[in-house]
Design a protein. Sequence first.
Length: 324
Amino acid sequence: MLTIKLPQIFRVHQVPRIFWEDGIMSGYRHPKSSALDCVLSSFQMTNETVNIWTHFLPAWYFVWRFLVLSSSLELWRDPYHWPLLIYLLLVCLYPFASSCAHTFSSMSARARHICYFCDYGALSLYSLGCAFAYGAYAMPDHWVSGVWHRYFVPAAALNSFVCTGLSCYSRYVFGVEAPRAAAGWQLGLEDFVLLSSGGVSAAGGGDVPAPEPNDAVAGYCYHLLFALLTGFLFASHLPERLAPGRFDYIGHSHQLFHICAVLGTHFQLEAILCDARSRRAWLRGRLPVPGLPGTFGTAGLALLGNAAIIGAFTAALPRAPSSS
């Protein structure tokens, strides 16, 4: 009878320092695991198991939402929905990339770097997807067609390069991922600016058709709350920093970070859909129909640019100070 031997689990002092996590004392996988071992480890309790599943399962939830909306809203055919289409694709990408990064990051020190480089890029692209959706559907009425509105998406594309570059540079030089929350803080900043400007869909312009403004504003507020929580949890390493070894398998900050990120994205998606429905007539009377260059062209260039940044840091890994 075929038997499958689960990979061995190690304590923190048994693995190289580059694999250490603050406050996590046990549950580490072999630092030179095979790809099969990495997959099998997702079915046993390690300090990465919950990290893997808290983004793998939500990724399929967002894929399901994408397929349903793609059918009901004709996302591919209607140019009005192209920004929403890009947003949904990137919403599906970032939790899947994160799950893969946590799954295969124990294959080697080099693989760990590459996995998280890709994770950073996916999160930065997700922040760009949010800018597409906000710019198309959630911009306060008094900003529509203004200078800030016209440069909102290009600025977000540039910011995605900055976020990916800083995050990869930090890991390349120091072997840590401190700036990874930069894209999360950017998302929180976007929500804060839009809400504090007077509006999102509930702004005071009397001719703005917003039959469900409270639903949209509440969704953006919840997303803002969870975006700020993700940044705080990632930076603070609480609660495991207060009680090292107590939260090795369940309850440490990265797991909470994943859950907050997914919940925030869910509320954000619902708010964006509310705005896209309720403001369509008003927005189409004031904005040109989205074109291919400004939507898929910009998204494609951002994808290539982020891939180039990741490729450059990957090629330079043998010379990385953190490798020593």
